[in-house]
Every structure is written in structure tokens, then in C-alpha cells.
Design a protein around this ligand. Sequence first.
Ligand SMILES: Cc1cc2ncn([C@H]3O[C@H](COP(=O)(O)O)[C@@H](O)[C@H]3O)c2cc1C
Ligand SMILES: O=C(O)c1cccnc1
Length: 584
Amino acid sequence: MTAPEHGFRRPTPVVGDRSSARERGADPTGWRMSEAVVEGLDAAIGARRDLRRYRPDAVPEPYVEKVLRAGHSAPSVGHSQPWRFIVVTDPALRDRAAHMADRARIRQAAGLTPDRAARLLDLKLEGIREAPLGIVVACDRRAAAGGVLGRATFPDTDLWSCACAIQNMWLTARTLGLGMGWVTLFEPVELAELLGLPDGVETLGWLCLGWPDERPPSPGLERAAWSRRLPLDEVVMRDGWHEHAPPTSHLRGPGAEKLVTATDSADDVLTPPDALGVLDRAVSRVAALLDGRVAGGSLVLAGADHPVAALGVSAFEPSVTRDVLTAAVEGTSAGAVAARAAGLEVVAVDAGVSGDPVAGAVDARVAGPRGDLAGAPALSASAVRELVNRGRTIGASAAATGMVALGEVGIGNTTIAGALTCALLTLRPDEVAGLGAGADDAIVARKRQVIADALSRAGAVADPIELLAELGGPEIAVLTGVVLGAASAGAPVVLDGLATSVAAALAIRIEGGVQAYLVAGQRSREAAHDAVLTELGLEPLLQLRLRAGEGVGACLAASLLAQGAAIRAGTAKTIAPTDGSLGD
Ligand SMILES: Cc1cc2ncn([C@H]3O[C@H](COP(=O)(O)O)[C@@H](O)[C@H]3O)c2cc1C
Ligand SMILES: O=C(O)c1cccnc1
């Protein structure tokens, strides 16, 4: 039985939550704060930085109190408020703490590889002496865990509560224009002793607080190429832990129907089955993607210079790079001539040639630091992402013309492609250091050494973008994007020599489905090329011991593909016997 409505007013409590179910149901989003608050919080979170450099000026007490109050407003397990904040201003104490941090830093460096150690020691890690104030956050753990709501099951929740307090203080400091830095470069026992903490009280480290003497737009460790912010989707998993799930590829090869139509087209002509051998398979692949129209397309020729060339790894002057790309624009580079002969358009791309942009080339240049691999990363990760994105756009528009043949030019780039090959396939430098455009023994030995140095500096890197940043070259990054963009737009990609094949291998690491779009134009004379083609699972159409680069081999192969398709299309058709003479 439902009670009759009498029109009574809902008793509204004078304490606590005054909202009614009716109000909440009518506007479930009604608890939202103003736009300014939402944006302000977002801005503070995004702009919070771990500060290492401070002005010596004092911080007024009301500011300090505001920061401490923010810490004290943090959530805590069972509302236990286990944090204690020890404000240190005494210069002598700060000196002793700084000495401890210096020792911890040296000890930590001793456990690293020499290069990583040098990079650690290069970093300024704390500002204990300079910042006028230290706040040591301690957690009073003496209450029995069982007595605190929520701690019996997760005994460390008291420490986590203190970490929440630290984050609150950090954000508040940032909004006030104060800098904060969380220093944990201490032996915890030493820090506890310094401040006379009783047994059962643990510290979470030392927070420097003061007016900043730096205003970093991004994390210092990211700028120092020590680490980077992971993409969100690498840290978010849905419906379970999926660490080993292969990266999902959104690309699919051509559908089964198209594949079968393409192979069928070779079946009813007056030739023995698979008459054209390796070429037949490649023609079928390309025909399936292009609905049988195998002719025409574009050569995308990407060029860049490389600081590694200064280490004596090439037999040629870096100025060749600009000359070849300029000739390509004019239609007179070997690759451009080969493209014309194959009926391909030429898209010359300046991915990073030294000096002014190459006139007439697509400008894909990205500013930023460049290194010689052995001593410093080739590029920053953000530059690589941008180059890959530009390549995607170029690849997608080239796809509209038909086949996409790849070419590269960049004095020194066989060393780069070799280093990437080593990292991708776990090979030794002596297995990949080849003759390039015409090296002698001494040059090959230097290539080997540079690759070895580069690999030990970079350490183990699996992420393809990181790999390109450590060891890559801008033209290889652009070509990686071209492969992704062309394949996403449904076009076959015809590879040339080592560098273009390495770009394809990197593209596969990003999108596994790309493989179905690749054709290996040739196997070049470069030592590592064979291993890369094996990794790609591709048989080359040509083996001419080419050392041209520039897309010459890809264009020759594109001609061959067009001829293969023409042979298929023009050869007399046969009809299946209808008299049953086929079988017994
Ligand atoms: C005149 C000339 C034109 C080229 N076109 C392409 N490459 C080829 O050689 C270079 C890589 O070899 P390494 O690592 O030994 O420097 C790249 O530019 C590649 O495309 C050329 C090389 C030369 C000399
Ligand atoms: O394998 C290649 O692509 C190659 C070889 C020599 C010189 N340039 C490129």
C-alpha cells in the first residue's frame, strides 16, 4: 500500500547534507564547481614542478601556514591524520641534511652504468641549502594499524595519507608562486636521526620550499632526457591487467575476398602457375590493395643531415645530402629519374637538412636538439612524434596516387640505420656495420664503434619512438610515418634499402597490421639489410647489390610490379575445361 500524499515538507537537516534525493536526481551533475575552479585545478596540476633552484628570500609566514594547512586538509586513512610536519629553517641543520643528500647521490651513481651515472651527477637534484625552508614530512606510525579504520587490511595506508598531504602542499605552493621540491636522496635512518624522530615515526623525505630560481615548463628529468611522461594509454588498463597484450593494431590487410580475387587473376592466364615467382606474390599483394590498378604512384624521398657524420662514419661530405635532395626537386637525382621511368611522381621531403630549407621540398623539419648517437640522443622524443606525424600526412596524400615507393638520402644514415637494426633485432655492431655509400676498413671500424657507443649510452629501449629519439634520424622518423600514413590510407608501400626497411620495421612496432601493405623492392649491399627483411617477413624482388639509396631500388621494383601486373592483364585468358577432363 502506498501512503497518501499530504503535501508535508521534507524535513531538511540543519547539519550535514541538505540536498534531497529529488534535487540530486533532477541534476546529477549539480555538485560541480565553477568553470574557473575546474580550470584552475587543472592548471595547477599541469604546472606543478619539482623545483631544484631557489632564491634565498624568506617566505612570509602566512604563505607557509597556507601550505601547511593544505597538507593538513589531505585525506587520511580512517581520518587518522598521521602526518607531522617539521619545519626546518636552521641553516646548520640544512647544511647537514644537504651533506647527507650529497653522499646518497654519490652512492646511487655508483650503482649505475658509467653513462647513466654521469647523467645523474650532472643533474641538480636538490636545493636544501638554498631554499630558506625545509618541511620534513613524518608519519607517526605508532598507533596500532588494527585500530585505524582501513589500515588493518592495508597497513601502509598511513604513509599514503602523508603522500596525499605532500601533493596538497605542492599544488598550493605552486598556485602561490612558491617552488617545492621533494627530496628523498637520504638514508631514511640518517634523516630520522638528524631531526630526533622517535621510534615508530618514519619520514617521507624533505620538502624544499622557497621562491623559485627557475620556472620550468616541463619536468627537469624529461628535459634532461632521463625519462618521459608515458602516454596515458600505457598506464590505463581496462577490465584487468593486460601487461602482455600486444599493442592493438587498427590496421587490417585487404579482406580475404580481395586477396583471392587478386590471386585468381593469375590463375586464368596462359602461363604455368606462379610463373613470375616472387613477383607474382608481390603483384597479388599490390593488386589486392589497389583493386587491380597496379601502375603509378609516388616516390617519397626524405632527406636529412646527421651530427653522427662528424664522427667519420661516411666516405662522403654531408653537403651531398642537400645536393641530392635539390636534384630530386629538379627531377635529376638518380632516384627522381628512376621514379619518372617507373611512372611515379616525386615528393621530395626535407626532414632536417642543415641550413635553410631545401627549396621546392616539402618542409617537414622540426626544431630541437640533435645528437651524434654516441654522445647524445639523435632527437628528442617530442621531435620524433612530430616527424612521424608529418610523415603520416605525407604518406596519406601519396597513397591517393597509387603505390608509395620510399627513398632516403642522408650522409651518415647507414650508421643510424645500422644502430637501429642492432637495437630492433638484438644484433652486434659488427653484424650491421656495412660499407654504406663506399666506406673503407677504417670507416667501417668507426661505424662499429659509434654503434657500440650509441647502444651502450641508450641502454635497453623497446618503444619505437624512444628508439628513434635515441638512435634515429629525422628522415627515418618521417619515413616511419609515411609507411603508417600510406598503409592507413590503403596503399602498398614499396621499400628500398636498409634505411627505408628499418623505417618499416619501426612502423610495424607501432601498428602490427602495416606488414600486409609492404613490398620489399630490393635487397641492397648493406650488411644489415638481409636481417631486417627477414624480420619483416619479406622476400626482395631484386638483388642487385645496390648502394644507391634515394629510392632507386624501390622505383625499379615499382616498374617491375607494374610490368608484372601488365603481363598478368595482357596474357591470353584461358577457360576452365568443362568436359570433366581435369580429374580422374
Ligand atoms: C653522391 C651520393 C648520392 C647518394 N644518394 C644516396 N646515397 C646514399 O648514401 C648515404 C648513406 O651512406 P653513408 O652512411 O655511407 O653515408 C645516404 O645518403 C644514402 O641514401 C648517396 C651517397 C652519395 C655519396
Ligand atoms: O642499403 C642501402 O639502402 C644503402 C646502401 C648504401 C648507401 N646508401 C643506402
